[in-house]
Design a protein around this ligand. Sequence first.
Ligand SMILES: Nc1ncnc2c1ncn2[C@@H]1O[C@H](COP(=O)(O)OP(=O)(O)OP(=O)(O)O)[C@@H](O)[C@H]1O
Length: 268
Amino acid sequence: MSDHLLMLEGLAATYNHAIRALSHVSLTVRRGEIVALLGANGAGKSTTLKAISNLLHAERGQLTHGRVVFDGRDTAALTSADLVRLGLVPVLEGRHCFRALNVEENLVAGGIGGGLSRGEIAAGLERIYTLFPRLKQRRRSASGLTSGGEQQMTVIGRALMSRPRLLVLDEPSMGLAPLVVETIFSTLKRLNREEGLSILVAEQNSTVALRYADSAAVLEGGSMALSGDAADLRGRPEIKALYLGSPEESAAHLAALRGPSPADHAAA
Ligand SMILES: Nc1ncnc2c1ncn2[C@@H]1O[C@H](COP(=O)(O)OP(=O)(O)OP(=O)(O)O)[C@@H](O)[C@H]1O
């Protein structure tokens, strides 16, 4: 069995057969690893996650090159529902709770979607309430009326009900207070440590993501700008500056990270 749970090999993607959103995106998630996918607004993080989850077509997007391999299988012919059954479960941007349903009903829906029996759903609920005690307190509240953090916990909990092997998360920290972000990331880390859950998380919040991830990749303008061990990338001023400065400043910082190009050597 390969050590590689997910492999992206040279992905290129467009929207409406015209707008190029990704080119040459390659990335690996090993079993039991947390990988952070970093990048500024519009860098291509969500498009990459949708390509992995076979959800691009819903937005008139398509993969034009490359392939996605999950657990040794090329996913091109699989639907997003097939992928969920195989253990690749996305939690995409926007915290899409079933707003009229209460928190517990949302979690149960995840269990039903994952094909769990009644007993497994009951056990799953207990597990989610242990991981997120806040959800237990709010279990009878309409999810649309809960806080942003509680909604994020609900959609993560709903995904966890189907017992994923790879959880794919799009910007879980977006718009949340730092303490809530820590709660969510530390719970994900706990699942990773205790149950070996593999996680691919797209984030603009590189500071938090690099603290919890094992490795990371940075997207810029739809292409891979750099990748490496999170510990190596953490604390490097260029990474922080990526998201604070203008696109031009970001490009200059990335150029500094990569070192001189062969063209620079030739010119020297
Ligand atoms: N549904 C769509 N139709 C057309 N173009 C799109 C669509 N979704 C994204 N794009 C374009 O594709 C590029 C990558 O966008 P994407 O949403 O993947 O970036 P991102 O890194 O996730 O950014 P953000 O953090 O702002 O969501 C951008 O140029 C964006 O405008």
